[in-house]
Design a binder for this molecule. Structure first.
Ligand code: CA
Length: 260
């Protein structure tokens, strides 16, 4: 099937009318902090998606190869991934499968020229949340993205676990084994982030950006992060035989829920 990026661009005007027709501002406010990873090798399609989604106030990061997509999906936090299937190097389904095996729960919308029923079934079986065939109407893509993001919020996990550690996100309590741990609000947030990225490498840059909401590179807070990690580690690991938080020298940290 021939990809038609122009078809995406011409439908942008529908989106603009929609945005302008009341409620647009509310949507814009809601999208502002949503990050979308677009994995797409076709440059024109990738550009159209980026511009279109940014026009809707989403933050968009584009990867042009499967390898880059896989790396970014694991290195950074996204609210949604738009994934092409036919990619140079590593195919979309392979990436999706690898991400799901690593416990990544980011909603994935497959966007592809493959439209055979078998491909759809395979995509959804591999852990995709939705599937769209190119060429597509941009307005429909936006509607599906909104639906996935809404679902992502309502299906939020209320409990996070790693080995004998449990975090209850409703009561804000953390237990390890039989012990309840007394954490400050910041330590709780930090641990929640590590738990959501367990068995992945978490860099100081990620913590600064996502936990401390520090976007200015001019304000290095590495020391602040290290102090909090040290305190958290004392509370979490000191009295237990299995350590959960590990330092990856020069890079950051990882919370391991099993043997490396
Ligand atoms: Ca492709």
């Amino acid at each position: 099937m021939v990809l038609r990026p122009k078809a995406i661009l011409t439908t942008m005007s529908e989106k603009c009318q929609w945005t302008g027709a009341g409620g647009g501002h509310r949507l814009a406010m809601r999208c502002a902090d949503m990050r979308i990873l677009v994995v797409e090798d076709e440059l024109k399609v990738a550009r159209a998606l980026k511009e279109g989604l940014e026009g809707e106030h989403y933050q968009v990061v584009v990867a042009h190869t499967g390898e880059d997509g896989f790396f970014l999906a694991n290195a950074e936090t996204f609210d949604l991934m738009v994934l092409d299937l036919m990619l140079p190097g590593r195919a979309g389904l392979e990436i999706l499968d690898a991400c799901r095996r690593r416990g990544l729960q980011t909603p994935v919308l497959i966007l592809t020229a493959k439209d055979a029923v078998d491909d759809r079934v395979l995509g959804l079986d591999s852990g995709a949340d939705d599937y769209m065939v190119k060429p597509f109407a941009f307005a429909e893509l936006l509607a599906r993205i909104r639906a996935l993001l809404r679902r992502g919020r309502t299906d939020q996990v209320l409990r996070l676990k790693a080995l004998d550690l449990e975090m209850d996100l409703v009561t804000h309590t953390v237990t390890r084994g039989e012990q309840t741990l007394d954490l400050t609000a910041r330590e709780f947030e930090l641990l929640e982030y590590l738990l959501r990225h367990q068995n992945q490498l978490v860099s100081r840059e990620m913590l600064a950006r996502d936990v401390w909401k520090e976007t200015s590179r001019a304000t290095p807070i590495d020391n602040v992060i290290d102090v909090h990690i040290a305190r958290l580690r004392r509370k979490l690991d000191r009295e237990f035989p299995t350590r959960l938080i590990h330092t990856v020298r020069g890079v950051g940290f990882t919370l391991r829920s099993g043997e490396p």
